[in-house]
Design a protein around this ligand. Sequence first.
Ligand code: ZN
Length: 76
Amino acid sequence: MSKNKLFQAEDKNMSKVCSVCGKGKLSGNLVSHSNRKTPKLYEANLQKVSVKNANGTVSKEYVCARCLKSGKVERA
Ligand SMILES: [Zn+2]
């Protein structure tokens, strides 16, 4: 979990980062049929969900679809 805190501290735009795994933007190219490449940023599939925290409180967090599906957060 310390890895996640590192991600959170470094990224200033918190709303574009998963609060569980720290997944954020991915870079790649759009490739046309003539093979010209255009830089493109892909954002994580983030959902704003109510999460039950370890101390029993409930908070709204941005969590990526993968973390939701794998049950890494308990939804409130
Ligand atoms: Zn995640």
